[in-house]
Design a protein around this ligand. Structure first.
Ligand code: OAD
Length: 256
């Protein structure tokens, strides 16, 4: 029932925002942020590794963790949920995909220009100047996949350490991306929020801004979240099943 309602709203929409979190990539085998870390990383807490203080205290540990995550994402493939987002993108007049994910699975599924509010695993930058380093030697894939401490490379121009190109806790979000996301949320008629716990701010404001501006907010998540009260429609289920079903119902004959 909700699937058909969501499909009806989406097929009529002129301006859409798709806002995604770690649950979007869960079925590609990329663990969500709040899943307990496993294997070698089991004794660490992700929220404590993802900080400037952790990198400062132990750069080899933090760089090794990000290289391991990067290796996992390289092996992962976009799932039917990512493909469904790209299918929506191809069919609605205007769309902005806003992701909190640092993987590149939306791009690889065909989304044109997702906004990465929390940066990217694939854009490391100089920790000294903040600039993107031109080049640095990539670690061997096997070494990264194994996990463990890996010394970060040095910036080719100034010799400072290279750091992951992600937003850590306590850091500000990329200004241009955040502004574009807020503007899109404030002027859309439908916002889909997919696979996010909706607790990390300011990103978690995005669906709330859309709802406040009168948009229909559709949430896709197998679990309840604080966004349940914000959403007009709550579709309980995994992104890789629910999103393709919504696309199929919105545009019969189209498979995502
Ligand atoms: P979380 O790990 O907080 O939440 C993942 C959400 O995905 C939960 O609500 C799950 O119920 C849901 N979920 C799990 N499997 C799913 C599936 N197959 N389909 C749909 N949903 C599923 O991840 P985020 O909300 O993305 O920030 O976390 C937000 C930010 O907090 C992250 O970007 C990261 C983190 O700490 C930084 O690193 C700055």
């Amino acid at each position: 029932m909700e699937t058909r309602q969501a499909a009806g709203v989406l097929s009529e929409a002129r301006r859409v925002v798709v806002f995604t979190g770690a649950g979007m990539s869960a079925e590609s085998g990329v663990p969500t942020f709040r899943d307990a870390l496993t294997g070698l990383w089991a004794r660490f807490d992700a929220e404590r590794l993802a900080t400037p203080e952790a990198f400062h205290a132990d750069p080899d540990l933090v760089w090794g963790w990000y290289e391991w995550r990067r290796a996992r994402v390289r092996r992962a493939e976009p799932n039917p949920g990512h493909l469904a987002v790209a299918a929506i993108e191809a069919r609605v007049p205007a769309i902005t995909v806003v992701t909190q994910n640092v993987d590149d699975l939306h791009e690889r599924a065909g989304s044109q220009a997702p906004i990465h509010l929390h940066g990217s695993l694939f854009a490391p930058r100089c920790a000294g100047t903040g600039a993107h380093p031109a080049t640095f030697p990539d670690v061997e894939a096997a070494m990264a996949a194994e996990g463990g401490r890996i010394p970060p490379p040095r910036c080719a121009s100034c010799g400072a350490l290279v750091r992951p190109g992600v937003v850590w806790f306590g850091e500000t979000l990329p200004e241009a991306g955040l502004t574009a996301a807020v503007e899109a949320a404030a002027s859309c008629d439908v916002l889909l929020t997919v696979g996010t716990s909706g607790v990390v701010h300011p990103a978690a404001e995005i669906p709330r801004i859309a709802a406040g501006a009168g948009a229909t907010v559709i949430q896709i998540n197998p679990e309840p979240t604080p966004l349940d009260r914000v959403a007009t429609l709550n579709l309980r289920g995994p992104a890789a099943k629910v999103l393709p079903a919504v696309v199929a119902a919105a545009w019969p004959g189209v498979s995502a």
